[in-house]
Design a protein around this ligand. Structure first.
Ligand code: ATP
Ligand code: MG
Length: 580
């Protein structure tokens, strides 16, 4: 892609990280450590850094959260409120005999109690594991079993519908807390319990390497893994939140991700609170008008979202955005899936600012590669590694690796050592060991690095298509398809073919106003052939109402493929939409 969106000099001066190269050159982790207060004797606690220290520093009145309920209610929490509530929550856990190292699972929507509980759990030295509230009973049960849950925080309705029937099968589970003033049998109501708990709590002096968070991966490529993170990760949350997302004290920031997904915790709870921003939290799910209104009304300055939402905005068109005032926005970022170049250019037109793509994984705990505010953007590229991060493109070769040349496709790899790297996969040592070779952490994603050091995503290693001697990444084909006026979204897979090895097949969702027809299919194929050439363009195009996606919004190509080939669907615990 030739387009470059350049930053003006004034923008550069205003960015937190004005000169990435200079910062990288002189970087060491003490710079990140200096952003935190720490505790005596080298102790470090995420919850303390996120809430209590701001109160001790005289910033208790700063607003931590402006929350908007589905029913129109509004709640404002200051940092003092957050410290108070989280201390009460920590005391409540202690009062029930729970101890540092015990594990709490949260299964609930985006309500303030969830955020206070996350911080309170960490302050108590316990391990916090968020789940999507929309998970079915079985995915909840298996995850709680693997994570040996001691406490579950949920709602009465979710408990009755999804948990009560099998609760006794989790012997480790000692306490079920439900939000509100009443609780089903065998559960404790959070409202009165918090009101009765003391707001004075001495934060547990956790060591940097003590376990803090367990995040389950999205399950895009297979059975989800439980990635274990430690308190030291907060160094990287603080640092990357500041430098990659422009989170400075007082910034009005909206991360649209649910805390059930790592983005919604690392950058939806921890990084913003540690950086003392004002978070916007919306309990409701995506709704275009509501989202645009929220940005306008709350004067959102930094907006962190995902390609699936951005494509939905694009689908509604420029017209839908026109009535709103987006002048408060100063930085837009996206993560989770490749951000199609079309989406970058579109957002630049509509918001006056492009969405900046960044790349990371549950395993990395934080943003590794990013388009930052002071960088020129090459739409379609994930950007460059942040200070402190060494990334490379390598090829595995019998237990060792070879570094690829610029422009060559290989596996995206990182040099371990940054603070928020996972420390293990729960109960899956072999799967964890497979991620490392020759001093590299291997991500399982394919990418290339251009001559100027920009990284370009190609596809998941499992999704690569081999057709008549060509290696084809689905992202390239999907991006070309959505440039066609009729196409809103595309998922591309390879299907076996006797002569070509594999042929490219696309599943597409249409924009409003377009109807599936043989004629449209031919037109889209023609468009793709012109953009990509006949060897790479899809041979077959199927129109669908939706594409199968994970709850974190990622297209599940493996499922499209399994269904195409009549193979078992595998683990579909994270599947969200699925309509043909
Ligand atoms: P699983 O590991 O269970 O299959 P998952 O990899 O989707 O699920 P996450 O950790 O939530 O689980 O997602 C990380 C992955 O998302 C990355 O490895 C990459 O494939 C994809 N991803 C994230 N950000 C980007 C991006 N900016 N561009 C392209 N791909 C991205
Ligand atoms: Mg993964």
């Amino acid at each position: 892609m030739q387009t470059i969106i350049r930053k003006s000099d004034t923008d550069r001066a205003a960015a937190v990280m004005a000169d990435r190269d200079a910062m990288r050159a002189g970087f060491d982790w003490d710079q990140a450590l200096a952003m935190l207060d720490g505790l005596p004797d080298g102790a470090l606690n995420i919850g303390y850094e996120a809430a209590d220290r701001h109160v001790l520093g005289g910033n208790g009145d700063a607003v931590a959260m402006r929350w908007f309920g589905k029913d129109g209610s509004v709640r404002i929490l200051t940092y003092a409120d957050m410290a108070d509530l989280s201390s009460r929550f920590a005391n409540l856990l202690n009062d029930h005999g729970l101890e540092p190292g015990d594990s709490l699972f949260a299964l609930m929507g985006r309500v303030p109690e969830l955020y206070a509980a996350a911080i309170g759990t960490l302050k108590a030295g316990m391990i916090f594991t968020p789940l999507f509230s929309a998970f079915g009973p079985e995915p909840i049960r298996t995850r709680m079993e693997i994570g040996r849950a001691n406490v579950l925080l949920t709602t009465g309705a979710l408990y009755k519908r999804k948990i009560a029937a099998w609760r006794d099968q989790i012997p480790s589970l000692k306490l079920v807390l439900v939000v509100g003033d009443e609780a089903p049998d065998g559960c404790v109501a959070l409202g009165p319990a918090l009101a009765g708990a003391s707001p004075e709590f001495e934060v547990v002096h956790t060591k940097p390497e003590d376990r803090a968070l367990i995040h389950f991966t999205s399950g895009t490529t297979g059975k989800p893994k439980g990635a274990v993170h430690v308190h030291k990760a907060v160094l990287y949350h603080a640092f990357s939140g500041r430098n990659a997302l422009e989170l400075t004290p007082g910034t009005v920031y909206w991360c649209t991700a649910d805390p059930g997904w790592v983005t919604g915790t690392s950058y939806g709870i921890i990084a913003p609170l540690v950086n003392r921003v004002t978070m916007i939290v919306d309990e409701a799910e995506f709704d275009l008008e509501r989202w645009y209104q929220t940005v306008q009304r709350e004067k959102v300055q930094v907006w962190y979202s995902a390609p699936t939402a951005i494509r939905m905005m694009m689908r509604a068109g420029v017209e839908a955005a026109r009535p709103y005032d987006f002048s408060s926005l100063k930085f837009l970022a996206s993560v989770g899936e490749p951000l199609n170049p079309e989406a970058v250019v579109w957002s630049h037109q509509v918001f006056g600012l492009p969405f900046h793509d960044n790349w990371w994984q549950t395993e990395t705990g934080g943003i590794m590669i990013a388009n930052t505010r002071a960088m020129d953007i090459r739409p379609g590229s994930m950007g460059k590694p942040l200070p402190g991060i060494e990334a490379g493109i390598v090829e595995r070769q019998n237990g060792t690796v070879r570094t690829c040349a610029p422009g060559e496709i290989g596996e995206l790899a990182l040099r371990p050592g940054w603070p928020s790297m996972m420390r293990s996969y729960l109960n899956e040592q072999a799967r964890y060991d497979k991620c490392f070779a020759n001093g590299w952490y291997l991500s399982g994603d394919l990418a290339l690095k251009d001559e100027d050091g920009y990284f370009w995503f190609v596809g998941r290693a499992d999704d690569l298509i081999k057709s008549s001697g060509h290696l084809i990444g689905p992202f390239e084909v999907e991006s070309a398809l959505i440039e066609h006026d009729a196409i809103a979204e595309a998922g591309v897979i390879g299907v076996p073919d006797e002569t070509a090895g594999e042929i490219v097949k696309a599943y597409v969702v249409l924009n409003p106003g377009f109807k599936a027809s043989g004629e449209l299919e031919r037109a889209v194929r023609g468009h793709a052939r012109k953009k990509l050439g006949p060897a790479v363009a899809p041979r077959e195009i199927v129109f669908r109402k939706t594409l199968p996606k994970t709850r974190s919004g990622k297209i599940m190509r493996r499922l499209l493929k399994a269904r195409e080939l009549g193979l078992p669907e595998g683990d579909i615990s994270t599947l969200e939409t699925d309509e043909t």
